[in-house]
Design a protein around this ligand. Structure first.
Ligand SMILES: [Mg+2]
Length: 276
């Protein structure tokens, strides 16, 4: 039977970021499949939490199954699925205008919300929800603006990542669309559901019925994964298989003015190191 390192030996729930922790682009990170299997053999629940709202949870199941990792749709929490859960609490069967892609649309529709696409219906819109939209246009921005300034809609964002990692380098992230809406309305989002906000992790703990002392998040970004984990008061582990280098963490630790929420509880070169 595998044995977890001392820092993790009482955990019941492992929350994994996806890109940079489980896979990088289209390749599974070495050793990850065995780590997930070993955690499950130890009766530790494994869930996945991504800020990316463009894909549906079904897409993520297909992706991990493609890597031969057993999983089900309930194991995934995206900023879109969290937005959908939280907005349903505010109003069921609401009317929503989105700047976003299929993942966001499908998650909202799955909980009974109606996606409004016609500008002429702007007065009916309850929520404008903004996420990453790779077909973002001036026209979409203008409709969102109208719903917020001339209608009754409230503004929410899935996440506010400035950039999106790509095989060619960096691409613009959802934060660009969120800022565009903010700029032309002078309204800030009521809430941003994704990391670094702790709401997503709090939703996961509630749904999985696990105390915060028994949960851990594994991430590759300090300013999203680690900050979200620290704000939600769960243990945080920085895995150096993604965008963050050891040097970046060392520099941060040496900076007395750095935000303490950026500091992970533990730094590991790869997920394999969670076992003795
Ligand atoms: Mg990541």
């Amino acid at each position: 039977m595998p044995k977890l390192i001392q820092e993790l030996d009482n955990i019941k729930l492992a929350i994994f970021d996806l890109d940079g922790v489980i896979y990088r682009g289209n390749s599974l990170i070495k050793g990850v499949k065995q780590v997930v299997k070993d955690l499950k053999d130890l009766s530790i629940k494994v869930v996945y939490n991504s800020n990316n709202s463009t894909a549906t949870r079904r897409n993520y199941v297909d992706r991990l199954e493609g890597f031969d990792i057993e999983c089900s749709i309930e194991d995934f929490y995206t900023s879109a699925s969290i937005a959908s859960v939280e907005l349903t609490k505010l109003k069921s069967n609401s009317k929503i205008y989105i700047i976003g892609e299929t993942g966001l649309q499908k998650e909202l529709e799955a909980r009974g919300h109606e996606i409004i696409t016609e500008e002429s219906r702007y007065l009916e819109v309850d929520f404008v929800v903004v996420g990453l939209d790779r077909n973002f246009t001036y026209q979409k921005l203008a409709v969102a603006q109208r719903c917020l300034l001339q209608g009754k809609a409230k503004f929410y964002a899935t996440n506010a990542d400035a950039t999106l990692p790509a095989s060619t380098g960096l691409l613009p992230g959802a934060g660009v669309m969120v800022n565009a809406v903010q700029t032309c309305t002078n309204i800030n989002p009521e809430k941003v559901f994704g990391k670094p906000n702790p709401e997503g992790i709090e939703t996961i703990l509630r749904e999985q019925n696990v105390a915060k002392e028994q949960a851990v998040i594994f991430g590759d970004r300090l300013d999203t994964d680690i900050v979200a984990g620290n704000r939600a008061n769960i243990f945080t582990v920085m895995i150096l298989t993604g965008v963050t280098t050891e040097e970046m963490v060392i520099n941060l630790k040496g900076d007395s003015k750095a935000n303490s929420n950026l500091i992970p509880g533990l730094i590991l070169n790869s997920l394999k190191e969670i076992f003795i």
